[in-house]
Design a protein around this ligand. Structure first.
Ligand SMILES: C[S@@+](CC[C@H](N)C(=O)[O-])C[C@H]1O[C@@H](n2cnc3c(N)ncnc32)[C@H](O)[C@@H]1O
Length: 287
């Protein structure tokens, strides 16, 4: 349960301004142990067009790409396209970026893709097809309880993070390195266990970024450091390289660097890069 950080040397941070598809093309195969992606939610058309370049327009996925399950994957895409054309926009933007992330992932690496409840199911089916169902590790639910609540349905207060590993026999995962959390019913376990806390499960109750305080950068879609901290602790070691190419306010880089990992961050929005520059004065900015 301790939030204490083991004294490690701060990791280096590189911040790139640009379209992630273009920047990713310059990064070496298999060079990251951990990749965390938090793309814009179902706004592929708007956001994608806003940052699209000639290169990204031609990169609708490698021509003729069949994914892990060959023809089935093509059929699946076709089926989903007819089912919901918004999906086509979104996936047309996301798919080539996921393919790049997969290329950049080390053999013992793990890919986390942060989605909202409207996209997660499509993304799960398609990432299974793209990467292989046996490489799916977890569906994490980040549950929070903040803001207005509708009375017309169950208020939606969770995000989904899908986790895939490059190689199910080799991936790095260290549950001992993860901060533990309080038992919900500490009276049901020994005092020793209660004091130690429990290992988090795949459902993470965690507040959103507090509206005031050290962590808040003012960037609208900023994710809490506590969520990234678990991910970085479990799926990388000090000295490993971590990539976030939808970096926003740079939460992944701030956490990774504090935990002694080296981080590469990319965002197409100059305001995001400015926020990251302020948040990580030790970073090298490449624009
Ligand atoms: C949901 S936000 C990420 C928030 C981040 N996880 C944080 O904690 O601050 C998504 C980010 O992706 C960026 N983005 C969208 N399309 C992009 C692209 N093609 N290349 C690079 N960045 C892009 C947006 O500018 C935005 O900052």
């Amino acid at each position: 349960m301790s939030e204490a950080v083991e004294p490690v040397e701060r990791g280096a941070v590189e911040i790139h301004l640009g379209d992630n598809l273009v920047v990713a093309a310059g990064l070496a195969d298999g060079s990251f142990t951990l990749i965390y992606l938090d793309p814009p939610f179902n706004t592929g058309r708007v956001q994608g067009k806003a940052v699209e370049t000639a290169q990204s327009r031609t990169a609708d996925g490698p021509p003729g790409r069949r994914g892990f399950h060959g023809r089935e994957y093509e059929r699946l895409r076709g089926d989903l396209r007819t089912y919901d054309d918004r999906f086509d926009d979104y996936w047309g933007f996301l798919e080539p970026r996921l393919v790049e992330a997969w290329r950049l992932l080390a053999d013992d690496g793990t890919l986390y893709v942060h989605l909202d409840y409207r996209e997660a199911h499509y993304a799960k089916v398609l990432m299974d097809a793209l990467f292989g169902r046996e490489r799916f590790l977890n569906e994490l639910i980040w549950a929070y309880d903040y803001g207005a609540k509708t009375r017309r349905r169950w208020p939606t207060k969770h995000d989904t993070i899908l986790v895939y590993v490059k190689d199910p026999d080799r991936y790095w995962f260290d549950s001992d390195a993860v901060d533990r959390e309080p038992y919900m019913a500490p009276g049901l376990v020994t005092a020793e266990k209660a004091a130690r806390g429990k290992l988090p499960t795949d459902v993470w109750w965690h507040t959103i970024v507090p509206t005031t305080g050290r962590e808040k950068t003012g960037y609208p879609t900023q994710k809490p450091e506590g969520i990234l901290r678990r991910i970085v602790q479990a799926s990388s070691r000090p000295g490993d390289r971590v990539l976030d190419f939808f970096a926003g306010s740079g939460t992944t880089g701030a956490v990774a660097s504090a935990l002694g990992r080296d981080a590469v961050l990319v965002d197409a929005n100059p305001e995001a890069v400015e926020v990251m520059r302020r948040r990580m004065p030790h970073a090298e900015v490449i624009d």
